[in-house]
Design a protein around this ligand. Structure first.
Ligand SMILES: Nc1ncnc2c1ncn2[C@@H]1O[C@H](COP(=O)(O)OP(=O)(O)O)[C@@H](O)[C@H]1O
Ligand SMILES: [Mg+2]
Length: 239
């Protein structure tokens, strides 16, 4: 595989058997995600957006086809190897920030290091976590508990947490779905800034305004990719 390719789906289908009728959550999806891309995944409810993201994230598995992260085929990996790859390469951002309520902002950001036994909670981790909080504009909120943060701030903490292990790929499922439109736009500006620093992002959204921040738009319908375009509006802005 080309070293600039971070993730690839080859002819991937995900079929659920509902009685006699098969439901194709994904239907023969072939897709390649390059380093530095910013992709919006759009489509109506039930069109397979979350299944696509979960398949890329190694938490859902195809009924047919192949999934690659960097140069490794992941859909057939033993669970332990897959977990390692997920921890090293991927970070998820959800609609809800999913912070642990008894931990401060910085402790939440440090959580991913808990899976690296050798370096758990070192001062190096702490200063890196603070740097990530600074990056999302929340350096001054490091000791706040989740209930002392606004919705947008909590989501930014979850983004700092996602950045903690320097992932190759960020998978975001409706990351602004719970936020008012102004706060949502702030999160989109942050995604834009992170992407211009080279971070690769795949973001599910059904909001065209949010999708307009991405460089490429994938549109799903009944599990099929019905459109895969570079974002012309974005390109015009760039010129
Ligand atoms: N566990 C499941 N069992 C049966 N059908 C499922 C399951 N998960 C998802 N589906 C079906 O797969 C399709 C795609 O789901 P999903 O990826 O969640 O769509 P989206 O995120 O675009 O709303 C839907 O028709 C949904 O009903
Ligand atoms: Mg979904």
């Amino acid at each position: 595989m080309d070293s600039n390719v971070i993730a690839e789906l080859k002819n991937v289908s995900r079929v659920y058997k509902m009685g006699e009728t098969p439901v194709y959550a994904l239907n023969k999806v072939t897709l390649s995600i390059g380093k530095g891309e910013y992709i919006a995944v759009m489509g109506p409810s039930g069109s397979g957006k979350s299944t696509l993201l979960n398949t890329l994230g190694g938490v859902d598995f195809p009924t047919e086809g192949e999934v690659y992260l960097s140069n490794t085929r992941v859909d057939t990996l033993p669970e332990k190897d897959l977990l390692n790859i997920r921890r090293q390469k991927l970070a998820y951002i959800f609609q809800e920030a999913r912070l642990l309520s008894s931990l401060t902002a910085i402790e939440n950001v440090m959580l991913p290091t808990a899976f690296r036994p050798a370096s758990n909670g070192t001062s190096k981790d702490k200063s890196h976590a603070l740097k990530m909080l600074d990056k999302v504009g929340l350096g001054k909120r490091a000791s706040h508990l989740p209930h002392q943060l606004s919705g947008g701030e909590a989501q930014r903490v979850s983004i700092a947490r996602a950045l903690m292990n320097d992932p190759a790929l960020i998978l975001a499922d409706e990351p602004t779905g719970n936020l008012d439109s102004k706060t949502g736009e702030e999160i989109m500006s942050l995604f834009g800034a992170l992407n211009s620093e080279g971070l690769t992002i795949v973001m599910v959204t059904h909001d065209p305004q949010k999708a307009s921040h991405a460089k490429r738009v994938l549109r799903l319908h009944d599990g099929e990719v019905v459109e895969d375009t570079s974002n012309h509006k974005f390109e015009i802005c760039e010129v």
